[in-house]
Design a protein around this ligand. Structure first.
Ligand code: ADP
Ligand code: MG
Length: 598
């Protein structure tokens, strides 16, 4: 009864939800709990319905725990936070305020120092060839900030320092320089002042290197590096915004003289500043999420250098087009030659056939080389494209996007989809996959194609007439490829009749062959275009509409089936494509045999 009563009065502490705050603990769990436990108690007392718990974590434990969803919040140094932000969607809620000597600041820096009696070390450049002590490899204020300054002065710590060691705590790093185990060292700002205030060292024993003009510097502590924002508290991706808001408000209201603030050795909390300087630092050092920054992997390059990719694609297109042009030129040359030498018809005919086949052979060799190149590049481009598309779709599903972001994402998706279509067209064009052939009923393939097209909006205002001959011989074909050919022809016809018209598809049996005709009453094809329409990338359609690959792919497929494809067209009246496919060898005998064998 008493329990129930107390539960009612104190807000049902037994029902409260536990909120786990992971805290980067460079000085061990015990020290961490001592420093941040009071903050958890403070939050538990202020935010109703929740019990806050501190989870001390070593540097390498933070990201995995965060990734596994074990933490609702995380308190870590800025460089680790950036990594969590980029990899797992962490977002900052509040930032620590530091206090010392009556000053409060939301930024901090690194101090690089040596003993004052080292007359030979006066500038950062003098550190070359010296023994150096930092706090820890992952420490932002106790190493990475200083590293950036050295890096900018052309000092690569691993190559240009005589020795680089890590003391693990700030105080130890200071002592190491003081007693000569290292010639210079770095710690976060306010360490020297704090230790001096604690009576551990005398500031006069040290010289700070690269210090900005003290008079003009608004920053109250000694420093050698530029300023960076303090440690942020960040929320996990799926921690509710309501809870994060309550936590932020509670923290920002924390007064500097509360036990929580005193234990944390901070002056309270504030709204998070911009963390861009941290990004810049990590980028320059190529660490954290920027580890591979600037390394060129193909997929990363494609993602990053869209323009170059577009250029490469254009080049590819140009290469293929040139091949097509060469082919056309050859054909013209041959025709001209044939015309001039009519009187030597007999002899020349044999010669020409030979030459033509040789030329065609060399052109088709070139084309197939380009094709292979195209296929290779297309494969490589296709993977990153799929990645971009997937992530763009995922992003668009996010709840908190504004209108502009939604529109921009729509554009990204649209453009990427189009790039992907071109790539698939290229892959079709450079098809290396052999056709899977089986005896097919052409009429059935046509039926299925028209069924597919029936769903197309543009197809609704077109009257379709099927004149299919019964009992056609079967053809040996790949059902998907032949369907692709028919689709291409019908879609072209459809696009040639934007105001409607008639599409006729006819089949008939020839001598050991099947004839397919696809005719439309559309705009027709200009005479000068007639011998170009089978070229890859030849299109008369506006940018973004046609790829110019439909007919060249179709032509390739029909050739592979041992057939032929021709076109007749009258401008303004219509176009008719004729395909002849060889009939499959009859299978009746085989059937008969099988039956006998059984
Ligand atoms: P795309 O349709 O992407 O332009 P295609 O290779 O399918 O590429 O066609 C190439 C060009 O041939 C078209 O741009 C068009 O000029 C012409 N063409 C093809 N079919 C027809 C048709 N039925 N009527 C008129 N023009 C056509
Ligand atoms: Mg087309």
């Amino acid at each position: 009864m008493w329990l129930l009563f107390s539960g009612m009065v104190f807000g049902f502490p037994n029902d409260s939800e536990t909120v786990r705050i992971g805290v980067l603990a460079p000085r061990g769990a015990e020290q961490c709990l001592e420093q941040w436990g009071p903050t958890a108690e403070y939050l538990t007392s202020i935010v109703p319905g929740y019990t806050f718990q501190i989870i001390p974590l070593a540097y390498t434990e933070v990201a995995p725990a965060f990734a596994r969803g074990e933490l609702d919040f995380v308190l870590a140094n800025p460089s680790l936070f950036i990594e969590l932000e980029q990899l797992y969607g962490a977002s900052r809620v509040a930032t620590l305020k530091d206090s010392c000597l009556g000053n409060v600041c939301t930024v901090y820096a690194g101090v690089i120092f040596c003993r004052r009696d080292r007359e030979d070390i006066r500038r950062l450049e003098d550190l070359e060839g010296k023994k150096f002590m930092a706090v820890a490899e992952d420490s932002f204020g106790g190493w990475q900030m200083a590293w950036r300054e050295l890096h900018e002065r052309g000092i690569d710590p691993r190559r240009h320092l005589a020795d680089l060691q890590f003391a693990q705590t700030h105080d130890e790093a200071v002592y190491a320089v003081l007693d000569g185990r290292a010639e210079a060292g770095t710690v976060r700002s306010n360490t020297l002042e704090r230790m001096a205030a604690e009576g551990k060292i005398r500031l006069d024993d040290f010289r700070v290197l690269g210090q900005p003009d003290k008079e003009k510097d608004p920053f109250p502590f000694l420093r050698s590096t530029r300023l960076y924002p303090q440690w942020p508290l960040a929320k996990a991706h799926d921690t509710s915004v309501e809870l994060a808001e309550s936590v932020a408000v509670a923290l920002i209201r924390m007064l500097p003289d509360l036990p929580a603030a005193r234990a944390a050795r901070c002056a309270g909390w504030t709204i998070p500043p911009n963390y861009l300087p941290v990004h810049e630092c990590l980028k320059e050092l190529r660490i954290g999420p920027y580890k591979d920054y600037g390394k060129v992997t193909l997929s990363a390059a494609v993602r990053r250098y869209w323009f170059a990719v577009a250029g490469a694609t254009l080049l590819l297109i140009a290469a293929v087009t040139v091949s097509g042009y060469v082919m056309r030129l050859n054909r013209r040359l041959n025709l001209a030659a044939a015309g001039q030498r009519k009187e030597f018809a007999e002899r020349m005919k044999a010669e020409e056939t030979l030459r033509k086949s040789e030329q065609l052979h060399s052109v088709s060799e070139k084309l197939s080389a380009v094709g292979r190149l195209a296929a290779g590049v297309a494969h490589e481009i296709n993977n990153p494209l799929t990645g971009v598309l997937t992530f763009a779709h995922l992003l668009r599903e996010k709840q908190d996007l504004d209108e502009q972001a939604k529109q921009d994402l729509g554009l990204i998706i649209h453009e990427t989809t189009r790039a992907s279509e071109i790539v698939h067209g290229l892959l079709d064009f450079a098809r290396e996959k052999a056709a899977v052939k089986e005896p097919l009923d052409v009429n059935a393939v046509i039926g299925r194609t028209l069924q597919l097209l029936g769903n197309q909006k543009a197809f609704r205002q077109i009257s379709v007439e099927e004149r299919l001959q019964d009992n056609l011989p079967k053809v040996d074909g790949d059902v998907n490829q032949l369907q692709q050919v028919l689709l291409n022809l019908c879609l072209n016809a459809c696009e040639a009749m934007p105001k409607g018209g008639a599409l006729t598809i006819a089949t008939s049996a020839g001598e050991e062959s099947v004839l397919i005709k696809v005719a439309d009453t559309g705009c027709g094809i200009k005479n000068e275009h007639l011998d170009r329409i089978f070229e890859p990338f030849f299109t008369t359609k506006p940018v973004g509409k046609g790829t110019g690959l439909g007919l060249s792919v179709s032509y390739g497929i029909i050739q592979e089936h041992g057939g032929t494809m021709e076109v007749e067209s009258a401008e303004g009246k219509g176009t008719e494509f004729s395909i002849v496919l060889p009939a499959a060898a009859t299978t009746g005998v085989q059937d008969g045999n099988r039956r006998v064998n059984q």
